[in-house]
Design a protein around this ligand. Structure first.
Ligand SMILES: [Zn+2]
Ligand SMILES: [Zn+2]
Length: 341
């Protein structure tokens, strides 16, 4: 089969590699229908984050795929169209059961498309072996378009986790939510899910005109991130990956408010600790626990409440993956489609 290899900054190529096969009875083999970049992938390709020293590696961890083969204990059906969570998680340990699969006790750190803890293939590959597939995959109903759900594996799922999950946990019914964009698609999906489902008000801060226009379309009020920032939000989401802007998010919430950061910081950053102390801010930073967040988003997409196609920046042929992703303007969410075999 063919896969896309990240060779180094701004360099991707198709490689022929051996097909994966079923190893454990809980595995499935799937073939992507649509796949896309996590914001981290684009930053990696463009050398904005220090991951190129690990090159070469197979890149990509967001896709919707068709089930091609299942192990004897896998409950998926051959032919099912599934969203594949980015993480490798067992689904049965205490953390997975608590809804924290990114830190699965058996596989924390393992994922597709990054050589962090084992090699698990990648979603820009023609075949993917999915361990614990009954848990890590969500079968999509025939009523939703699989193309624009490519990001449900990760970035789109963050929309639920960083806003609605916090509202449910903390009993917030009419929240004011600030979203600080910057990495690419994450802030947009977060603004979209929050505007559709939180029941309050969503303000999206960014300095990119294209993303500001998308955020407005998905139902957020938009503001210049370099202008004044209000400080009364119940929840702020930092999707900037910029220490100066993280600071803006941290001081934007009211006393006892919540800040969820999903931009990855590869170096230590200064935190306004006294301000956080005085207001009693709840700060969370960590990998997205995609799998439990996928179901409620699909339900909202099926009813037309969430339209992920509004965030898609372009739909391209699979053959164009290297050309688009190493080009001048890959777009904030380019989706690539692979024809059924
Ligand atoms: Zn990711
Ligand atoms: Zn687990």
């Amino acid at each position: 089969m063919r896969t896309v290899t990240f060779v180094g900054p701004r360099e991707l190529r198709f490689d022929d590699v051996e097909d994966p096969s079923i190893v454990d009875p809980t595995d499935a083999l799937v073939r992507p229908i649509s796949a896309t970049t996590c914001d981290l992938d684009q930053w990696t390709i463009q050398e904005k984050v220090p991951l190129s020293m690990m090159a070469p590696f197979q890149i990509g961890h967001e896709c919707v795929a068709r089930v091609i083969e299942v192990g004897s204990e896998c409950t998926l059906n051959v032919g099912d169209v599934v969203s594949v969570a980015w993480h490798i998680a067992c689904g049965t340990c205490e953390r997975c059961k608590a809804g924290l699969p990114a830190n699965c006790k058996k596989h924390s750190g393992s994922q597709y498309g990054l050589p962090l803890r084992g090699l698990w293939g990648s979603t820009f590959s023609e075949l993917i072996r999915v361990p614990y597939a009954s848990y890590n995959c969500l079968t999509l109903p025939g009523t939703v378009d699989p193309i624009h759900l490519a990001s449900l594996s990760d970035n789109l799922a963050l929309g639920w986790e960083t806003t609605i999950a916090t509202c449910h946990k903390e009993g917030l019914t009419n929240p004011e939510i600030a979203v600080f964009g910057g990495t690419g698609s994450i802030g947009l999906y977060v603004a979209q899910v929050a505007a559709a489902l939180a029941g309050g008000r969503v303000v999206f801060y960014d300095d990119d005109l294209v993303r500001l226009a998308v955020a407005e379309k998905v139902g957020a009020e938009v503001r210049d991130i370099n202008g004044p920032i209000d400080n009364h939000y119940d929840i702020a989401v930092d999707a900037t990956c910029d220490p100066e802007k993280l600071r803006k998010a941290l001081v934007s919430v009211r006393p006892e408010g919540w800040v969820n950061s999903v931009g990855i910081y590869f170096a230590d950053v200064e935190i306004p600790m006294l301000s956080l102390y005085q207001r009693g801010v709840n700060f969370h930073n960590g990998k997205g626990h995609a799998r439990p967040c996928m179901d409620p988003i699909v339900e909202a997409v099926a009813t037309g409440t969430i339209k992920p196609e509004l965030v898609t920046s372009g739909v391209y042929d699979w053959e164009q993956i290297p050309e688009i992703l190493t080009g001048e303007n890959p777009g904030h969410k380019p989706i690539f489609t692979l024809p059924d075999a």
